[in-house]
Unconditional design. Structure first.
Length: 254
């Protein structure tokens, strides 16, 4: 039996399709390799540029340090008294910047004198910050942590700094127990709701806290309906531990 005349054309069509597919995949592979090569070249160029920038910055730093050293050694007889005056005048950041700049150019006892002056300048600066700036409790913890390093070892001042650091760390733990949206205390709020006639009617009004020798005192004012369905305002006082767990809860009258 003779093969149909259309068979060779069908075979050629299939072969042509396969060859076309492989040709297409080859072009994709070539294009991908070319793209990858471009990416590598771009990354290498960026890396070379960054290294050149770092080298230039380092050269500039070395040059600036050399100028600073020359200036300090030529003028230290007047520079050191000027820095001491900055500290006395309360210009602590300027004094610290100058001492950071010039102290490395001294050695031995002279360098120790400059480092001691730097320590005193920062000590006064940190004390001034606590007295004059609005700081978060986190910033106060960092400040007193630094003061504990700057104050003389085993001194009363160092003990005070460590005590103050622990105090503000404790306040942070307490404040984390309060809602940033409403100011309510989560565990106290849950305990209050359990004591209410209609917990679903609970509405927080105001919450305050005090850290006392008797524990952490939480006072919360809230509204809710009583047994007659009337909306009333009440206040309750809770004692909680440092983790916020309620140790006691009672109503506050009047």
């Amino acid at each position: 039996m003779n093969a149909p005349q259309g068979a060779p054309r069908a075979i050629l069509s299939v072969v042509g399709g396969v060859l076309g597919f492989f040709a297409f995949m080859f072009l994709i592979a070539e294009g991908s390799l070319y793209y990858d090569q471009l990416q590598v070249e771009r990354q290498n160029a960026e890396r070379a540029q960054q290294e050149a920038q770092r080298a230039e910055q380092e050269a500039q730093r070395i040059e600036a340090t050399a100028r600073d050293r020359e200036h300090y050694l030529a003028n230290k007889a007047t520079l050191v008294p000027q820095i001491e005056r900055l500290v006395k005048d309360g210009k602590y950041t300027q004094a610290m910047a100058a001492l950071d700049r010039y102290a490395p150019f001294e050695t031995g006892l002279e360098q120790q004198k400059l480092l001691a002056l730097r320590r005193e300048a920062e000590l006064q600066y940190q004390r001034h910050r606590f007295a004059s700036e609005e700081l978060t409790n986190e910033q106060k913890v960092a400040l007193f942590d630094r003061l504990a390093v700057l104050e003389p070892a085993d001194s009363k001042a160092q003990k005070v700094a460590l005590d103050m650091k622990r105090l503000f760390e404790r306040l942070i733990l307490i404040e984390k127990q309060l809602s940033t949206w409403t100011g309510s205390h989560h565990y106290v709020e849950q305990a209050v709701k359990r004591s209410m006639h209609n917990p679903k009617s609970y509405e927080h009004v105001h919450t305050t806290y005090a850290d006392t020798k008797d524990g952490i005192i939480i006072e919360t004012t809230f509204r809710g309906t009583n047994g007659f369905g009337a909306v009333v305002t009440n206040k309750m006082r809770a004692v909680v531990d440092i983790n916020g767990h309620v140790l006691s809860l009672r109503a506050v009258r009047g």
